[in-house]
Write a protein that binds this ligand. Structure first.
Ligand code: ADP
Ligand code: MG
Length: 416
């Protein structure tokens, strides 16, 4: 019987590690049986950038994008193929473009989440527009930065409304630092946000219906930021972190995103969750890398074999109705949001879909990560990321962590 072929396009920036891992696992897994009883095969292609007619038909059924967040030609192509051709995208390019950190804060505050107190202040420097001087002179109110900071309370964070990768972020303890940071902000539009003196920092990576909550150590260098720690949150805080991550994603139609929450005395404060197309590199995710690539493979196959449609409408009222329920507690609202998110991700069907196939995929991934092809990828990746004098150190470091994953995974599969 011939298999139905599905073409997955990868839109890539500088990375080589996860795309190779993705291609490798998909290739080793081979054709997959669909709910229709037929066999389905997957071709994976790297997308090149070229002129496109707006009525051209793309050859892809699904595209994974990690480029469009800064490169606008392919971003516009993504909008076209989502809008006109029904190509499945893991993150809606519409909300992704318009929902910077600020809009994401507003949305989750609207839903009653514990986003720390945040104020948006006007630009420090004049905006480069011939109308600015008139508008500013006439309508920009003078304001007292110290009074705003005083109301929020020190320490606080000043950070760009559309930030990422810690660009322009500073922690501020007193009025001198406040003014220095604001003077430096120049042409960036800044939030002031109450600092949370957190006990633990949870960074969760969600891919489709799956979420991995990882202990994050922001003060460490990149390769040590994710600690391998399986029970650093209470069950309730852990569940809340997962719910918040999925809620954000279901709300914005993002299926490949990371969410940062600070946990203090059992309370969960979301601070950074508009990170669609997050970093999933081997050097930063290390132990969690096999999980991430497996989840990506699983979600793509599920999407393609269940005819999941790309959703472009936001349906915010369904979420706001829960937020506005006077009689509901915070925990009850979280439960209701979780139900909406589970419905969006079709979580039950996803579990059923993979139930009969998971063992084979687990074997494929374990076999690959434990073998020489993966080690070769690890070496290549380290060589492309670090200077020569650090190669040995980082190869040993990553081999140690992935070796640990292989031992844990072997034990897990033996126990299953
Ligand atoms: N309200 C806050 N309380 C405590 N730490 C914060 C707060 N906001 C930001 N930080 C710290 O600053 C870092 C960068 O801020 P974040 O909002 O995550 O911006 P980015 O999008 O640049 O990652 C966070 O990882 C965290 O360590
Ligand atoms: Mg962040």
């Amino acid at each position: 019987m011939t298999a139905t072929r599905h073409v997955i396009g990868l839109m890539l920036g500088t990375e080589e590690d996860w795309p190779r891992a993705f291609e490798e696992i998909l290739g080793r897994l081979g054709p997959v049986a669909g709910p229709d009883g037929g066999r389905h095969a997957f071709d994976c292609e790297r997308i090149t950038i070229e002129p496109f007619g707006l009525r051209d038909r793309p050859r892809y059924h699904l595209v994974i994008d990690r480029l469009a967040y800064w490169y606008y030609h392919p971003r516009e192509w993504l909008k076209k193929i989502a809008m006109m051709d029904g190509v499945y995208l893991l993150n809606s390019p519409f909300t992704f473009q318009s929902m910077e950190k600020h809009a994401a804060y507003c949305a989750m505050m609207r839903l009653g989440l514990k986003v720390p107190e945040t104020v948006l202040v006007p630009y420090k420097n004049p905006v480069d527009n011939s109308r600015y001087a008139y508008t500013a002179a006439r309508y920009n109110q003078p304001f007292d930065l110290d009074a705003i900071a005083g109301q929020i309370g020190y320490p606080l964070f000043m950070k760009p409304y559309d930030g990422g990768a810690w660009r322009g972020v500073s922690r501020i303890s007193n009025p001198d630092e406040l003014h220095a940071a604001y003077d430096q902000s120049g042409g960036m539009l800044m939030h002031l946000q109450k600092a949370i003196d957190f006990d633990v920092f949870a960074r969760s990576l969600s891919i489709g219906a799956e979420t991995m909550v990882m202990r994050f150590q922001p003060d460490q260098p990149m390769h040590l930021r994710y600690a391998v720690d399986h029970s650093f949150l209470s069950p309730q805080a852990g569940a809340e972190v997962v719910t918040i991550s999925r809620l954000v994603n279901a709300f914005f139609k993002w299926e490949f995103n990371s969410c940062e929450t600070l946990v203090k005395d059992g309370e969960v404060y979301p601070i950074d969750y508009a990170n669609a197309c997050p970093d999933v590199s081997l050097t930063s995710l290390h132990y969690y890398f096999p999980w991430a690539i497996k989840a990506l493979v699983k979600w793509c196959i599920f999407v393609l074999l269940t005819d999941r449609r790309v959703k472009l409408d936001m349906e915010t009222d369904r979420y706001f109705a829960i937020a506005d329920e006077a009689g509901m507690s915070y925990q009850e609202k979280l439960g209701a949001y979780r139900a909406l998110a589970d419905a969006y991700f079709d979580s039950g069907r996803y579990q059923d879909f993979w139930a009969g196939k998971q063992a084979q995929l687990d074997d494929v991934v374990l076999d690959w990560v434990a073998g020489p092809a993966f080690d070769e990828l690890l070496i290549q990746t380290v060589k492309s990321v670090y200077p020569a004098h650090e190669h040995d150190k980082f190869i040993a470091h990553l081999r140690g962590l992935l070796g640990l994953w292989v031992r844990d995974e072997t034990a897990r599969l033996a126990a299953a």
